[in-house]
Design a protein around this ligand. Structure first.
Ligand SMILES: Nc1ncnc2c1ncn2[C@@H]1O[C@H](COP(=O)(O)OP(=O)(O)OP(=O)(O)O)[C@@H](O)[C@H]1O
Ligand SMILES: [Mg+2]
Length: 466
């Protein structure tokens, strides 16, 4: 809860709950655009308060967003040096209606409404059924009431808040959820990527609301041996297509594994999920204190903790191994940390010789040579992976080919959209591990703690010791 709740203010559609500076930059565009939000608390359980974000009058070409914290003093609520008012709502209304500047060249001219993805808790019905119970959070089943009264079945991700503040990194949950939602928004609408309905920004920590996939994760499905051989290649092609869409939208997923792919009961829905570690931009270096799932990591990640489009491609290769080994633990006889020695010192690779299910030889050769390539520069990108998979598919049984038709259509659609948008903006190379994407400005206020997303503070139950 904020220090003091102002229900009248929170009912206004210019009140947005928790947003960070990246989100604010997405919503506010022109001089005088403003919104009211909560400050992002320093750690879970810490105080937070209301802040007004507003676009300043332009002095240069660059948009500048300023944040003004609202203070409560003896005489009422006010900006740092302003006139006190009886409530935050009254304070905002006064400046909004009078258009008087709060500071030099800064006035509250155009209130910006909540976006469609900023959901209200009142539009959500949660069920007691837990779809998953992880060490660091759970996913619940629920329904989202649409404005037309329709009830959409959803999965709702809720991080645990009762973790010890340090070891299990319970702070910064707000940043984590906002960052995950942003990555999901950026990869919106693809057959093989989970869709975000929105994020309940008025709660601490916010809830992530996604389309529900009735089924299980791919690792679980493989382990329970319900996946027939005819479905394996379509699943792999679906994941490759989803990953190429993610990369074409400038996002490194960082956690590609069978456990993070959702599969419907009839195997027709194959969706990459869990963007909890995803980062916008072509490369990212993780802090050394954060656990990483060793067995899915590329050599350069094990060595330098760098993540890129190419490290996702390596993890995709491990996922293919999982698919042909009924969800077994990769490098079965090694402890997660021993993978480092196996790969980096012995220069050995995950082999397909003893795969439980026979993998097409062309795919084995391709993975071994082009995906499990130690040098990221020489490793192929996801577009090449998709092309190779299409080639392998053309040698398969017609029923397998048939199953892949919608996946291939979606793959083409995503590629065409990316080509069209790269004509209007600077195109980004999936082979470039160094260049950063251009981002909005990141204004910092002396009044407000920066809300930039930090490294994810969760670790992974899949390989807790990794
Ligand atoms: N949209 C969804 N539809 C159905 N089930 C889902 C959905 N999203 C997640 N789940 C279920 O919740 C599990 C955990 O989701 P996710 O991987 O996003 O969360 P996480 O907090 O990273 O958990 P973990 O650390 O266990 O991976 C999934 O493996 C799946 O079983
Ligand atoms: Mg997961």
């Amino acid at each position: 809860m904020p220090l003091r709740v102002d229900s009248q203010l929170e009912a206004e559609n210019y009140f947005h709950g928790f947003l960070d500076t990246d989100d604010v930059n997405e919503i506010l565009q022109k001089s005088g655009d403003f919104l009211v939000r909560y400050t992002v608390p320093i750690s879970h359980g810490a105080d937070y308060n209301y802040v007004v974000s507003v676009v300043a009058k332009p002095t240069t070409k660059e948009k500048v967003v300023k944040d003004f914290a609202i203070m409560e003093k003896d005489k009422g609520f006010m900006f740092e040096d302003g006139i006190p008012m009886s409530s935050v709502f009254e304070l905002i209304s006064r400046y909004k209606n009078s258009k008087k500047p709060i500071a030099d060249g800064i006035a509250l001219i155009s209130p910006k409404r909540r976006k469609k993805w900023e959901l209200r808790m009142s539009s959500l019905e949660l069920e007691a059924t837990r779809l998953s119970e992880g060490n660091f959070g759970h996913v619940l089943k629920g329904f989202l009431k649409s404005p037309t009264g329709e009830k959409i079945p959803v999965a709702v991700k809720q991080p645990k808040t009762n973790l010890p503040p340090d070891g299990n990194l319970a702070n910064d949950l707000v940043n984590q959820m906002l960052c995950e939602a942003r990555a999901l928004r950026q990869t919106a609408s693809h057959l093989n990527v989970i869709s975000l309905q929105g994020i309940v920004t008025e709660l601490n920590p916010p809830l992530l609301v996604m389309d529900l996939v009735e089924g299980s994760d791919l690792a679980k499905a493989l382990r329970s041996q319900i996946v027939s051989d005819q479905h394996r290649l379509p699943i792999i092609i679906g994941v490759a297509s989803g990953l190429s869409h993610i990369h074409l939208n400038g996002i490194v997923h960082r956690d590609i594994s069978a456990q993070n792919v959702l599969l419907s009961h009839d195997f027709t829905k194959i969706k990459i999920c869990d963007f909890g570690l995803a980062r916008i931009g072509p490369s990212y270096t993780a802090k050394s204190t954060r656990p990483i799932p060793y067995k899915w990591m590329a050599p350069e990640t094990l060595m330098k903790r760098v993540f890129s489009f190419k490290t996702d491609v390596w993890s995709f290769g491990v996922l293919v191994w999982e698919v042909y080994n009924d969800g077994a633990d990769p490098y079965t006889f090694l402890k997660p940390q021993e993978t480092r020695v196996f790969l980096l010192e012995k220069r050995e690779k995950l082999g397909f010789n003893h795969a439980v299910i026979e993998c097409p030889q062309g795919l084995v050769d391709f993975i071994t040579k082009s995906i499990f390539e130690f040098s990221p520069e020489k490793r192929c990108n996801i577009i090449t992976v998709c092309e190779k998979l299409k080639e392998i598919l053309s040698e398969q049984d017609p029923t397998v080919q048939q199953r892949c038709i919608p996946i291939l259509m979606e793959m083409n659609r995503s590629r065409q959209t990316a080509v069209a948008s790269s004509r209007t903006r600077k195109s980004q190379s999936l082979d470039d591990n160094r260049r950063k994407t251009s981002r909005g400005t990141k204004p910092k206020s002396p009044h407000v703690r920066s809300a930039r997303s930090k490294e994810k503070k969760n670790s992974k139950p899949r390989s807790p010791d990794s």
